[in-house]
Design a binder for this molecule. Structure first.
Ligand code: SF4
Length: 393
């Protein structure tokens, strides 16, 4: 049963035709489909406006790049090339709009290209605040979200009332809670479900209505609890740096096959961005969404939050998930990740946390070298690491 659910989720997650979103749109009046790019976008507001927010995560290793390369210089990451290729091949036909959260220059340029190519009825570059004070960053962020709502209103005339928005927030709170439960189960019993299976289950939620994803997650939580599985002699790792361009699933499998349990990661970080629930009882739920971003966001290289150092938050996560080591895995040429990693790695060095690092592309096809590197990492921790080294944590 669990196997079938995972297989269905894999199919949904990598359906580059976005069939379920198209089908959903055709099943009701005034429905809109809005694509959003990584990392985080509050999907609640689109849901409340009778829409479906669909995560666009690139073509991975399932889309051959033929023309996408011509749009970009060679020394940038891979994800914009595959997204352009998807656009040229009309995979986004029927999408009403696109949101590009501000994470880096590449995303900013991609939003400009979508505008020039006439994709959708609106393209919004969503400037996320870098100031976390409510009267500055909060006011700005709220204004940005209202701009998105105005765009959708122009398309379908649906007014987002507080009741509608609170209802949507409730559904996404459930979604985040269930995903958190799965991560918690994996922290304790990582042998009950592979990281690749968990990845497929979470990623399916990027392309289907939240109501359907919640049903899937509820079943999965129940079924995983019933699984017994056999613990294996593997180290527990945290994978960091993969928040935007996604690693190929083969790479996730390789890490686990090489002697690691991935008990924490930032693969599909947007789904887990808000830590905890967003208030659902307010007469001003847009404010609740805004405050949640300012106060309950996780950390990522895509965000500059000087008052909340990432290295400290990384160490907290290492403690919380009881990991034996960190794997810094970043997409080639990903400026945000690669600029942060030396700072994070220095902190790991200072605190005697073992780590390795490597680069990947979403279409990397050869994992032999990575398997050897990860395998050696795992063996060295199992054979020689001493618990005393972690005392500094
Ligand atoms: S992978 Fe990195 S550099 Fe490329 S678009 Fe994403 S955040 Fe930007």
């Amino acid at each position: 049963m669990l196997k079938e659910i995972v297989a269905r989720c894999e199919e949904l997650a990598f359906d580059l035709s976005f069939s379920r979103a198209r089908e959903w749109k055709s099943q009701g009046k005034n429905r809109v489909v809005v694509g959003h790019l990584p990392v985080y976008f509050p999907r609640e507001i689109i849901h409340a406006a009778n829409g479906l927010a669909v995560g666009i995560l690139g073509g991975g290793d399932r889309k051959l790049i033929i023309r996408g390369d011509a749009y970009y210089q060679s020394y940038i990451c891979h994800i914009p090339r595959s997204i352009i290729e998807l656009a040229i091949d009309k995979h986004f036909a029927g999408f009403d709009g696109f949101i590009f959260p501000s994470i880096c220059d590449v995303m900013r340029n991609l939003s400009g290209m979508f505008q020039m190519m006439g994709e959708g009825k609106f393209v919004k570059y969503l400037d996320l605040p870098q100031n976390f004070q409510s009267h500055i960053g909060g006011t700005f962020y709220r204004y940005e979200l209202q701009t998105v709502l105005n765009e959708v209103y122009k398309l379908n005339g649906i007014e987002v009332t507080p009741e509608r928005l609170n209802h949507s927030i409730k559904l996404f709170n459930i979604n985040r809670t269930l995903i958190r439960q799965l991560y918690d189960i994996r922290q304790e019993f990582p042998w009950k479900m592979t990281a690749a299976d968990l990845y497929h289950i979470v990623r399916a939620g990027y392309v289907i209505p939240v109501e359907e994803h919640n049903e899937i997650l509820e079943s999965v939580v129940r079924l995983v609890m019933e699984e017994r599985g056999d613990p294996m002699d593997k180290i527990r790792v945290l994978v960091m740096g993969a928040f935007c361009e996604q690693p190929p699933v083969g790479l996730i499998r390789t890490i686990e096959l090489a002697g690691c349990y991935i008990v924490e990661d930032d693969f599909l970080l947007g789904a887990r961005w808000i830590q905890g629930d967003i208030d659902t009882g307010s007469t001003d739920p847009l404010e609740s969404i805004t405050s949640a971003y300012l106060e309950k966001s996780t950390f990522s290289s895509s965000v500059y939050d000087i008052g909340n150092p990432k290295e400290v938050r990384l160490l907290n996560l290492i403690r919380q998930r009881k990991v034996d080591g960190v794997i810094f895995a970043a997409p080639s040429f990903c400026d945000p990740a690669l600029l942060d990693h030396p700072i994070l790695q220095k902190e790991c060095n200072d605190k005697n946390v073992r780590f390795i690092s490597f680069l990947y592309s979403e279409n990397t096809g050869q994992f032999k070298v990575i398997k050897e590197q990860v395998g050696t990492f795992s063996d060295s921790i199992k054979l020689w690491d001493e618990p005393v080294l972690k005392a500094n944590l």
